[in-house]
Design a protein around this ligand. Structure first.
Ligand SMILES: [Zn+2]
Length: 323
């Protein structure tokens, strides 16, 4: 007897035990917990590298982590003089680990200029002086006062960026993982899975991006339709929450995929995939979004708003209607 190996969400092929790794659907560095079995190699290729790029200190996603109390590395910056700085986003402290030194040594002329803290400048000057024992260079304390100038910076230049390709790759990977957990292993053989895999390999510029406002208006519409009759999960995370989810928005024969990581909508804010949303129940094709959200226990729970609406409509039918 053989037990069928689970298919890998990222390539659709069976995963043998010796190549099995448990992949975090939304990335453990973001604090998410849900895991899906996948090939070790597929896990690295499909998301590991891309996710890593989103955690660089000057990645915008690094700021998202900071906003939610996750550990953040110091952010590199520069003062207007060009001297490097570091900003600790948690404390707001700006520091510069390096002294900036300009030395000009040409025939008949020699100059030394250093910018840093007093200790940094002193160390740099003494090092330079020790390299020129033949020159009559005075000790730092003997230099005239006009050799020093104090500088204070009120601002530092920070260059934050978002690697759109990495963000899209991470979003698509989350969608494949969450769908495989919610729909079961058979999801990996669906047209949506194949189209998602293709999207993960395609540069974002070639994709139609749907604005994030679509999600807010859909959320408002669903809330209005269900009102108090069936208060359930919302598509757009509530203020102060830390949600991880995948939203499959049906658009005819296409699906618009939205992914939230730490309640932040991942760029490119709605990826259009050329395959329909599979129903969570047989015979029910969703017309409203399907929400796959990581719960407190690290499991993926699925909400099909089409089914909820059908339940609500059925409950609203007056008794006399059946008679
Ligand atoms: Zn694989």
């Amino acid at each position: 007897m053989t037990i069928a190996a689970p298919p890998c969400p990222f390539c659709g092929l069976p995963v043998a035990d010796d190549d099995l790794s448990m992949d975090h659907v939304f990335g453990d560095a973001f604090g998410a917990r849900a895991k899906v079995p996948a090939h070790r190699s597929c896990n690295n290729q499909s998301g590991g590298d891309a996710e890593g790029r989103l955690h660089h200190p000057n990645s915008l996603m690094n700021l998202v982590r900071w906003r939610h109390g996750k550990a953040v590395k110091d952010i590199p910056a520069t003062f207007s003089s060009g001297r490097t700085a570091r900003i600790n986003p948690s404390t707001g402290v700006v520091s510069s680990p390096h002294v900036m030194v300009n030395k000009v040594e040409s025939e008949g002329s020699i100059s030394f200029q250093a910018e840093g803290t007093q200790a940094q400048v002193e160390a740099a000057y003494e090092k330079w002086r020790s390299r020129h024992p033949d020159l009559p260079l005075p000790a730092l304390s003997d230099l005239p006062t006009d050799a020093f100038e104090s500088v204070v910076y009120e601002s530092a230049e920070v260059s934050m960026k978002l690697d759109l390709q990495a963000a899209q790759g991470t979003a698509v990977k989350a969608a494949l993982g969450a769908c495989t957990l919610a729909y079961g292993p058979s999801f990996t053989a669906t047209p949506l899975a194949a189209a998602l895999r293709a999207a993960g390999q395609t540069p974002p510029a070639q994709y139609c991006r749907v604005a994030a406002t679509v999600l807010d208006s859909t959320d408002a519409l669903i809330a209005e339709m269900l009102a108090e009759a069936h208060p359930g999960p919302m598509l757009v995370p509530r203020e102060g929450s830390k949600e991880y989810d995948v939203i499959l928005l049906p658009a005819g024969q296409e699906t618009v995929v939205f992914v939230h990581v730490l309640s932040t909508l991942m760029p490119p804010y709605g990826i259009k995939i050329s395959a329909p949303v599979p129903g969570l129940s047989p015979g029910v094709s969703p017309v409203l979004p399907v929400l796959l959200r990581e719960d407190a226990d690290g499991r993926i729970s699925a909400t099909d708003f089409t089914e909820i609406l059908m339940d609500v409509l059925a409950a609203d039918q007056p008794d006399s209607f059946e008679a």
